[in-house]
Design a protein. Sequence first.
Length: 328
Amino acid sequence: MSRRTRLSVLTALCAATLLAAGCGASTERPEGQDSGGGGGGEECTPGEVSEAPVPDPLVVDAPADDALANMVPAKVKADGKITVATDASYPPNEFTLEGSNEILGMDVDLGKAIGKVLGVEVQFVNASFDGILAGLQAGRYELGMSSFTDTKEREQTVDFVTYFEAGTSTMVRKCNPEGINATEDLCGKTVGAENGTTQLDQLTKPDVEGSVVTACTDAGKDPVKGQGFPKQTDVNAALAAGRIDAYLADTPVVNYSVKTTGNAFEKVGEDTDAAPYGIAVPKNAATMKEAVQGAVQQLISDGNYQKILDNWGLTGGIEESKINGAIY
């Protein structure tokens, strides 16, 4: 099978906007301030935007487990499939290629492998991130798998089965024109994140783990201007066009964006607030969460889980899947 390439809204905007009027228009910075990505006063020149190879989906040979399959509630497997909601704008975890509706990514490959273990087909459907948990409660979906951080607040409405661990990273335009290198550098800046994410909470709420709002208050600096967007691709486009100064997103997503935009973007600062991802399961789904947890653990044990992570170039794998494993 041929390699896939991704040329998205992000790439198009970078080509048309970023290189013409973004950080590529100038390498000037505030007085005495070096680029976060360079050192020693080096000139910083944005890389050319180019199409980047995207891995083909990985279909693993995962044997069915009858005991786990019997734990799937009859009403869930009545039609022989599990409907999983995802927001396909978050590569490399879940995304679509331009001109295609096929949902790809690590979450998709892992979700389909879980289905093999449970003896059912897994069908991913595209949905707005901030509506997935409500959709689960309303019975529109049977699972949610969309890079959800398992948090104690979210556990009040759904159960989670952990399957990965990721932190939060900061993305800026190449050359880091605003000199952003630490959390306090975000104070007074316009910073984006996808709606419904823990990152947007950090930018808009004082009482959450890793709150940028609180960090700015404690430092006596101007408040951060947090701005939410419907999809991660919208966040990327806003940064490329210079409508925001930076954005916060999960570390795998930031790393992937740097790799696939021909160095038009730049990751700065330290990764923070590492926490588990969880597959969201409705509270009223009986033993469904135990079935999913058992399937994830089997895939970890037989090595198929690691094969999927390796296929997408991801680190952050776990050794033990837990039910409701939130750390904050």
